[in-house]
Design a protein around this ligand. Sequence first.
Ligand code: ATP
Ligand code: MG
Length: 339
Amino acid sequence: MASSAYGIDLGTCNIKIYEKGDQDVFCQKNIIAIENKDYLFAYGDDAFEMYEKAPANIHISYPLCNGVIADIKNMQILVKCFISDLCGGNVKPADYYIAVPTDVTEVEKRAFYDLIKNANVKAKKVMVVEKAIADGLGLDIDVKNSQGVLVVDVGYDTTEISILSLGGIVLSKLIKVGGQKFDDAIRNAVRKEYNLIIGGKTAEKVKISLAELEEKGEAAVVYGRDIVTGLPVEREIPTELVVDCLKEHFNTIIDNIKVILERTPPELAADIYRKGIYLTGGACQVSHLSQLLSNGTGLKVNVAEHPVESVAMGLAKIIKDDNYKSVAYSIAGMGNGGK
Ligand SMILES: Nc1ncnc2c1ncn2[C@@H]1O[C@H](COP(=O)(O)OP(=O)(O)OP(=O)(O)O)[C@@H](O)[C@H]1O
Ligand SMILES: [Mg+2]
């Protein structure tokens, strides 16, 4: 039966959607622009273009915060808009597979299910998949048969560190460190050293181009506002300053991986030692992170080929292959009256 199905990875920064039958994963910024409190002005990548530049009557926000849904109403609007765009305006009944973080409350988990049920997207069935399991599948690990797999997903607001075994999660910890914290660290360092205020997008560009700049031996050129004169200026920021200010956050990730490893049953620890860490999530690509993780834990680090999309690619596998359907579960009927 060729029914429709979607796999959704609702990230704090990017929403990734896999549509059954497609080759690629759809990815847009998970952000909404509302004009005069109730008119949908823009969404996704278009809204992101306006971020940090919009006038006061246009409110631009991310409906997710720290990996969980903070603004249900706007998130529902976004899901409806994106699904509608994907199917050319004609939303048909479909099954939905949604990835959720493990280390959150049951109420927060249920909010993902309710979101899809109430988003007006004709959801027939809503199945939930633990994000780390989807990550594992997206990284081509046979999660149902593998034992002792350590997956670290460094996203925008959060990093999820999980130990998987035989299709389930043994341990998982969600910490509030990710790409946004890296950007903030760069902004703070530039402000402190150069009395210069730069925007979040500028800091993100520096972070993403860091490896390339280091390779070329060039400094990062940024534009911002001088705190003393209040005037717009251009400055060169040495890459050493950027690398240095990121280390504190890298160390937080390493410390938390160690905490998880300390709690891991020894037989699983042996498997992890053999296979190493699987590192994914958009922000895992920041220069030096994988190397420092390897140095800090003594483990080999396997970096994902498509880190932003690994969860959605895992959901795609579940949708395409019935063998993996058992890792998805329903939370209908649990809690307050879902169907
Ligand atoms: N090439 C790159 N180098 C460094 N960082 C990158 C690169 N590409 C993307 N990022 C960062 O990855 C982050 C987004 O990653 P991702 O899409 O995995 O997050 P998310 O899933 O939306 O967030 P979360 O999982 O925390 O809810 C952003 O902070 C972005 O700056
Ligand atoms: Mg993510």
